[in-house]
Design a protein around this ligand. Structure first.
Ligand SMILES: [Zn+2]
Ligand SMILES: [Zn+2]
Length: 335
């Protein structure tokens, strides 16, 4: 495919990577076959990709072959051209995500800047030094030899024309505030799609969509793993030994839980269905609690008296309650 990459991207011969990238983005968006029903859209889109590839790498990508059916872009899902979608992150707390919430999202959407017609380039040209070589035009290669800088073609600088009205973005922004409802039980990374809330449409194309990707803020207590909620909780060693009723936190509020009597050591409890709520066919997760025994540090006179009574009761029945002690005493001939 014989093409002049500068002509295809409509950039000057002395233009640099920043201008190529801007031109490429603008043209690729305009000629993407999913968005443009023009009969030549597919060919133009291919030529744009080849031109950009050739300018940035200096060679033609071999996988792009105009005659190969394997490289045909996927059939557009709909024949109506659509403006670009907008993708944003939506950050909420764990409680908000679990219960569902109402949120207002602020974002900018817009149309092509009328001054530069979306190219981002207009007005006087200005000079910018190349970041890669700090303006020297030469960089060290892998063998620490000084070689020509590829980023600026050895010139050390770029000539740029930044549109003063859009700051080079090519867009004329329109600030939007949109009230949205987040349904309960969405997980981090789940997407909400708001049809028609992306880049605005015009006579030739319909508006794009807005996609919101859910981000859940780190919670001071719970860690979300799948739909299970994990946390650690210190518990009195005596409560673990005797099997007391303890107060257990959950997203649904604090509830009473009766511990099984047992040994005072790290213990994991799993409470099915008490974790993060379900959604659709996905069931609610578990509450997974790691209990950490805490031994009393200071005793009041009354506490000491009660514990001594408890200890006496244990010693009285040492063969059941304290078998190691009972065995040791027997071996020493105490009893
Ligand atoms: Zn502009
Ligand atoms: Zn350079």
């Amino acid at each position: 495919m014989e093409i002049d990459p500068y002509e295809v991207l409509d950039v000057a011969k002395d233009s640099g990577p920043a201008e190529w990238k801007r031109a490429y983005r603008r043209l690729a968006m305009r000629w993407h076959p999913d968005r443009n029903s023009h009969p030549e859209a597919t060919e133009r889109f291919k030529a744009i990709n080849i031109a950009y590839e050739r300018l940035t790498t200096g060679e033609e990508p071999e996988e792009v072959n105009a005659d190969s059916p394997d490289n045909e872009p996927a059939e557009p899902e709909e024949s109506v051209a659509r403006a670009a979608d907008i993708r944003l992150n939506l950050e909420v707390s764990l409680e908000e995500a679990a219960a569902g919430c109402r949120k207002t999202v602020h974002y900018a959407r817009g149309k092509d800047c009328p001054t530069c017609e979306g190219s981002g380039e207009a007005g006087m040209s200005r000079t910018r030094f190349c970041d890669a070589c700090h303006g020297s035009g030469r960089v060290h290669d892998a063998h620490r030899k000084l070689v020509r800088c590829d980023a600026c073609d050895g010139k050390g600088l770029f000539r740029e024309r930044i549109c003063p009205d859009c700051g080079g973005s090519g867009r004329e922004a329109d600030d939007v505030s949109l009230k949205i409802t987040v349904p309960p039980g969405m997980l981090p990374g789940d997407e909400l799609r708001l049809a028609g809330q992306g880049e605005p449409g015009n006579d030739e194309c319909a508006a794009g969509d807005l996609y919101l990707t859910l981000i859940i803020r780190t919670h001071p207590l719970y860690q979300l793993r799948g739909r299970d909620l994990h946390f650690q909780m210190p518990v009195s060693a005596l409560a673990m030994i005797a099997g007391a009723e303890i107060e257990m936190p959950s997203l649904g509020g604090v509830f009473g839980y009766s511990l099984e009597p047992g040994v005072a050591e790290r213990r994991e409890l799993r409470l099915p269905g008490k974790g993060y709520p379900g959604r659709g066919r996905n069931r609610a997760g578990d509450l997974v609690v790691e209990l950490e025994p805490v031994f009393p540090r200071q005793l009041s006179a009354r506490q000491r008296k009660l514990l001594l009574q408890a200890n006496a009761a244990l010693v009285d029945d040492a063969s059941e309650s304290l078998p190691e002690i009972a065995e040791w005493r027997k071996n020493q001939g105490f009893d």
